[in-house]
Design a binder for this molecule. Structure first.
Ligand code: RUB
Length: 266
Protein backbone atom coordinates (compact mmCIF):
# COMPACT_ATOMS: atom_id res chain seq x y z
CA UNK A 1 0.00 0.00 0.00
CA UNK A 2 1.26 3.48 -0.84
CA UNK A 3 1.64 6.08 1.91
CA UNK A 4 -1.02 8.33 0.32
CA UNK A 5 -3.51 5.47 0.50
CA UNK A 6 -2.67 4.68 4.13
CA UNK A 7 -3.12 8.33 5.10
CA UNK A 8 -6.40 8.46 3.16
CA UNK A 9 -7.60 5.34 4.99
CA UNK A 10 -6.62 6.78 8.38
CA UNK A 11 -8.33 10.12 7.65
CA UNK A 12 -11.50 8.47 6.33
CA UNK A 13 -11.58 6.21 9.42
CA UNK A 14 -11.13 2.92 7.59
CA UNK A 15 -8.64 2.53 10.40
CA UNK A 16 -10.27 4.10 13.45
CA UNK A 17 -9.50 4.05 17.13
CA UNK A 18 -6.12 5.18 18.43
CA UNK A 19 -4.52 1.73 18.55
CA UNK A 20 -5.70 0.68 15.09
CA UNK A 21 -4.23 3.85 13.59
CA UNK A 22 -0.89 3.08 15.25
CA UNK A 23 -0.97 -0.60 14.25
CA UNK A 24 -1.72 0.18 10.57
CA UNK A 25 1.10 2.75 10.55
CA UNK A 26 3.59 0.39 12.23
CA UNK A 27 2.76 -2.35 9.71
CA UNK A 28 3.35 0.11 6.87
CA UNK A 29 6.72 1.14 8.34
CA UNK A 30 7.70 -2.50 8.66
CA UNK A 31 6.69 -3.33 5.11
CA UNK A 32 8.66 -0.39 3.73
CA UNK A 33 11.62 -1.23 6.00
CA UNK A 34 11.40 2.24 7.63
CA UNK A 35 12.41 3.93 4.37
CA UNK A 36 12.31 7.76 4.52
CA UNK A 37 11.40 7.45 8.19
CA UNK A 38 11.46 11.18 9.01
CA UNK A 39 9.29 12.26 6.08
CA UNK A 40 6.88 9.36 6.50
CA UNK A 41 6.49 9.84 10.24
CA UNK A 42 5.89 13.59 9.83
CA UNK A 43 3.03 12.83 7.47
CA UNK A 44 1.61 10.07 9.67
CA UNK A 45 1.69 12.34 12.74
CA UNK A 46 -0.48 14.86 10.90
CA UNK A 47 -3.08 12.38 9.61
CA UNK A 48 -5.13 12.32 12.84
CA UNK A 49 -3.17 14.41 15.29
CA UNK A 50 -5.10 13.95 18.55
CA UNK A 51 -4.37 10.30 19.39
CA UNK A 52 -0.98 10.07 21.05
CA UNK A 53 -0.20 6.35 20.72
CA UNK A 54 1.14 6.70 17.17
CA UNK A 55 3.22 9.74 18.22
CA UNK A 56 4.70 7.79 21.13
CA UNK A 57 5.49 4.81 18.89
CA UNK A 58 7.17 7.10 16.33
CA UNK A 59 9.19 8.77 19.09
CA UNK A 60 10.42 5.36 20.29
CA UNK A 61 11.23 4.34 16.71
CA UNK A 62 13.13 7.55 16.05
CA UNK A 63 15.62 6.37 18.70
CA UNK A 64 15.68 2.76 17.51
CA UNK A 65 14.85 2.57 13.82
CA UNK A 66 14.59 -1.19 13.52
CA UNK A 67 12.01 -3.71 12.40
CA UNK A 68 12.62 -5.45 15.71
CA UNK A 69 11.38 -2.37 17.56
CA UNK A 70 8.29 -2.25 15.32
CA UNK A 71 7.57 -5.87 16.30
CA UNK A 72 8.09 -5.05 19.97
CA UNK A 73 5.59 -2.19 19.74
CA UNK A 74 3.03 -4.31 17.87
CA UNK A 75 3.32 -7.05 20.50
CA UNK A 76 3.04 -4.45 23.28
CA UNK A 77 -0.18 -3.03 21.81
CA UNK A 78 -1.65 -6.49 21.38
CA UNK A 79 -0.68 -7.83 24.81
CA UNK A 80 -1.77 -4.61 26.54
CA UNK A 81 -5.23 -5.02 25.05
CA UNK A 82 -5.47 -8.57 26.40
CA UNK A 83 -4.22 -7.48 29.82
CA UNK A 84 -6.67 -4.53 29.95
CA UNK A 85 -9.47 -6.99 29.15
CA UNK A 86 -8.46 -9.37 31.92
CA UNK A 87 -8.04 -6.67 34.55
CA UNK A 88 -11.07 -4.60 33.57
CA UNK A 89 -13.46 -7.54 33.29
CA UNK A 90 -13.45 -7.76 37.10
CA UNK A 91 -15.35 -4.46 37.16
CA UNK A 92 -18.29 -6.04 35.36
CA UNK A 93 -20.86 -8.05 37.35
CA UNK A 94 -23.69 -10.29 36.24
CA UNK A 95 -26.82 -8.45 35.09
CA UNK A 96 -24.94 -5.17 34.65
CA UNK A 97 -26.12 -2.57 32.18
CA UNK A 98 -23.07 -0.89 30.65
CA UNK A 99 -23.03 2.20 28.48
CA UNK A 100 -20.21 2.67 25.98
CA UNK A 101 -19.40 5.30 23.37
CA UNK A 102 -17.81 5.14 19.93
CA UNK A 103 -15.65 2.11 19.12
CA UNK A 104 -12.67 1.42 21.33
CA UNK A 105 -10.73 -1.82 21.10
CA UNK A 106 -9.48 -1.42 24.66
CA UNK A 107 -12.96 -0.76 26.12
CA UNK A 108 -14.41 -3.66 24.13
CA UNK A 109 -11.63 -5.96 25.32
CA UNK A 110 -13.00 -5.55 28.88
CA UNK A 111 -16.57 -6.24 27.80
CA UNK A 112 -15.57 -9.26 25.66
CA UNK A 113 -13.43 -10.75 28.41
CA UNK A 114 -16.27 -10.45 30.95
CA UNK A 115 -18.56 -12.25 28.51
CA UNK A 116 -15.94 -14.94 27.94
CA UNK A 117 -15.76 -15.42 31.72
CA UNK A 118 -19.45 -16.34 31.66
CA UNK A 119 -20.91 -13.07 32.96
CA UNK A 120 -24.19 -12.05 31.43
CA UNK A 121 -24.93 -8.34 31.02
CA UNK A 122 -26.27 -5.78 28.57
CA UNK A 123 -24.47 -3.06 26.65
CA UNK A 124 -25.97 0.25 25.55
CA UNK A 125 -23.93 1.62 22.65
CA UNK A 126 -24.37 5.26 21.65
CA UNK A 127 -24.65 5.62 17.90
CA UNK A 128 -21.81 8.20 18.03
CA UNK A 129 -22.62 11.07 15.74
CA UNK A 130 -21.63 11.96 13.10
CA UNK A 131 -19.71 8.85 11.90
CA UNK A 132 -21.67 6.13 13.72
CA UNK A 133 -18.75 4.14 15.12
CA UNK A 134 -21.18 2.92 17.80
CA UNK A 135 -22.73 0.71 15.13
CA UNK A 136 -19.37 -1.06 14.68
CA UNK A 137 -19.34 -1.63 18.45
CA UNK A 138 -22.90 -2.97 18.46
CA UNK A 139 -22.30 -5.36 15.56
CA UNK A 140 -19.05 -6.64 17.08
CA UNK A 141 -20.70 -7.38 20.44
CA UNK A 142 -23.86 -8.83 18.91
CA UNK A 143 -21.75 -11.27 16.89
CA UNK A 144 -20.37 -12.63 20.18
CA UNK A 145 -23.86 -13.10 21.61
CA UNK A 146 -23.73 -10.07 23.90
CA UNK A 147 -27.06 -8.29 24.34
CA UNK A 148 -26.67 -4.82 22.88
CA UNK A 149 -28.96 -1.83 22.35
CA UNK A 150 -28.06 1.13 20.15
CA UNK A 151 -29.22 4.54 21.33
CA UNK A 152 -28.97 8.01 19.83
CA UNK A 153 -26.30 10.12 21.52
CA UNK A 154 -28.83 12.56 23.06
CA UNK A 155 -30.71 9.61 24.62
CA UNK A 156 -27.82 8.93 27.00
CA UNK A 157 -29.37 11.14 29.71
CA UNK A 158 -32.66 9.27 29.36
CA UNK A 159 -31.02 5.87 29.90
CA UNK A 160 -28.23 6.73 32.34
CA UNK A 161 -30.32 6.13 35.48
CA UNK A 162 -30.66 2.44 34.45
CA UNK A 163 -26.91 1.89 33.92
CA UNK A 164 -24.46 0.26 36.33
CA UNK A 165 -21.39 1.84 34.75
CA UNK A 166 -19.94 3.54 31.70
CA UNK A 167 -16.83 2.15 29.97
CA UNK A 168 -15.03 4.13 27.27
CA UNK A 169 -11.64 4.06 25.59
CA UNK A 170 -9.23 6.94 25.23
CA UNK A 171 -7.03 8.62 22.67
CA UNK A 172 -4.79 10.05 25.34
CA UNK A 173 -4.25 10.55 29.04
CA UNK A 174 -3.23 14.14 29.72
CA UNK A 175 -2.82 16.24 32.83
CA UNK A 176 -6.08 18.00 31.93
CA UNK A 177 -8.00 14.71 31.70
CA UNK A 178 -8.62 12.09 29.06
CA UNK A 179 -9.22 12.87 25.40
CA UNK A 180 -11.75 10.65 23.67
CA UNK A 181 -14.51 10.78 21.05
CA UNK A 182 -16.69 13.87 21.18
CA UNK A 183 -19.55 13.20 23.57
CA UNK A 184 -17.42 11.34 26.12
CA UNK A 185 -17.39 14.42 28.37
CA UNK A 186 -21.22 14.53 28.23
CA UNK A 187 -21.43 10.87 29.33
CA UNK A 188 -19.03 11.50 32.20
CA UNK A 189 -21.11 14.45 33.45
CA UNK A 190 -24.24 12.31 33.22
CA UNK A 191 -22.58 9.41 35.04
CA UNK A 192 -21.60 11.80 37.85
CA UNK A 193 -25.12 13.23 38.02
CA UNK A 194 -26.61 9.73 38.42
CA UNK A 195 -23.81 8.40 40.66
CA UNK A 196 -22.58 5.77 38.17
CA UNK A 197 -18.92 4.68 37.90
CA UNK A 198 -17.13 6.01 34.83
CA UNK A 199 -14.29 3.76 33.67
CA UNK A 200 -11.67 4.56 31.03
CA UNK A 201 -9.62 1.85 29.29
CA UNK A 202 -6.29 2.56 27.62
CA UNK A 203 -2.69 1.38 27.48
CA UNK A 204 0.30 3.33 28.79
CA UNK A 205 1.40 4.26 25.25
CA UNK A 206 -1.49 6.71 25.52
CA UNK A 207 0.21 8.78 28.21
CA UNK A 208 0.45 12.20 26.59
CA UNK A 209 3.18 14.59 27.69
CA UNK A 210 3.05 16.72 24.54
CA UNK A 211 3.07 20.41 25.47
CA UNK A 212 0.56 21.25 22.78
CA UNK A 213 -2.22 19.03 21.59
CA UNK A 214 -4.68 19.43 18.79
CA UNK A 215 -8.35 18.52 18.92
CA UNK A 216 -8.96 17.35 15.38
CA UNK A 217 -11.78 19.17 13.59
CA UNK A 218 -13.21 17.06 10.79
CA UNK A 219 -14.97 18.01 7.54
CA UNK A 220 -18.24 19.86 8.20
CA UNK A 221 -20.06 17.79 5.59
CA UNK A 222 -19.98 14.91 8.09
CA UNK A 223 -22.35 17.00 10.23
CA UNK A 224 -24.57 18.37 7.47
CA UNK A 225 -24.13 17.60 3.80
CA UNK A 226 -26.61 20.21 2.53
CA UNK A 227 -25.97 23.90 1.92
CA UNK A 228 -26.29 26.36 4.80
CA UNK A 229 -25.46 29.76 3.38
CA UNK A 230 -23.77 32.03 5.90
CA UNK A 231 -24.02 29.51 8.75
CA UNK A 232 -20.93 28.08 10.34
CA UNK A 233 -20.71 24.37 11.17
CA UNK A 234 -18.07 22.88 13.45
CA UNK A 235 -17.14 19.23 13.82
CA UNK A 236 -14.64 18.54 16.61
CA UNK A 237 -13.83 14.83 16.76
CA UNK A 238 -12.78 14.67 20.41
CA UNK A 239 -13.34 16.30 23.79
CA UNK A 240 -11.55 16.37 27.13
CA UNK A 241 -13.07 14.69 30.19
CA UNK A 242 -11.64 16.12 33.38
CA UNK A 243 -10.18 13.73 35.96
CA UNK A 244 -12.76 14.60 38.62
CA UNK A 245 -15.41 12.79 36.56
CA UNK A 246 -13.39 9.57 36.17
CA UNK A 247 -13.75 6.72 38.67
CA UNK A 248 -10.96 4.37 37.54
CA UNK A 249 -8.59 3.87 34.61
CA UNK A 250 -7.86 0.37 33.35
CA UNK A 251 -4.35 0.03 31.93
CA UNK A 252 -2.26 -3.07 31.16
CA UNK A 253 -0.36 -2.34 34.38
CA UNK A 254 -3.43 -2.31 36.59
CA UNK A 255 -6.61 -0.53 37.53
CA UNK A 256 -5.58 2.95 38.59
CA UNK A 257 -7.08 5.99 40.24
CA UNK A 258 -6.88 9.31 38.37
CA UNK A 259 -4.17 10.35 40.87
CA UNK A 260 -2.04 7.31 39.92
CA UNK A 261 -2.33 8.14 36.21
CA UNK A 262 -1.49 11.80 36.75
CA UNK A 263 1.64 10.68 38.62
CA UNK A 264 2.71 8.62 35.59
CA UNK A 265 2.44 11.78 33.49
CA UNK A 266 5.06 13.66 35.52
C1 RUB B 1 -12.14 6.51 18.39
C2 RUB B 1 -12.17 6.74 19.85
C3 RUB B 1 -11.73 5.59 20.71
C4 RUB B 1 -10.26 5.77 21.08
C5 RUB B 1 -9.70 4.51 21.72
O1 RUB B 1 -12.30 7.71 17.65
O2 RUB B 1 -12.44 7.82 20.35
O3 RUB B 1 -12.47 5.55 21.88
O4 RUB B 1 -9.49 6.07 19.93
O5 RUB B 1 -9.77 3.44 20.81
P1 RUB B 1 -12.25 7.64 16.05
P2 RUB B 1 -8.81 2.16 20.98
O6 RUB B 1 -13.31 6.70 15.61
O7 RUB B 1 -12.48 9.06 15.62
O8 RUB B 1 -10.86 7.16 15.67
O9 RUB B 1 -9.11 1.61 22.34
O10 RUB B 1 -9.25 1.23 19.88
O11 RUB B 1 -7.42 2.63 20.84
Amino acid sequence: MALVQLIKDIKSMKYQGANQIAIASLKYLKKTKLKNFNTVSNQLRKARPTAVVLHNCLNILSKDRTEKMIDTLLVRLQSSRIEIGKRGSKLIKNKFKIMTHCHSGDALSIIKEAHKAGKRFEVYATETEPKHQGIITAKELHKLGIKVTVIEDPAAAYFMKDMDCVIVGTDSFRKEGIINKIGTFDLAILAKKFGKPFYVAGNTLKLDNRKKFIIEERPVKEVYAGKLKGIKIRNPAFDITSWDLITRVVTEKGIMTPVNVKRLLQ
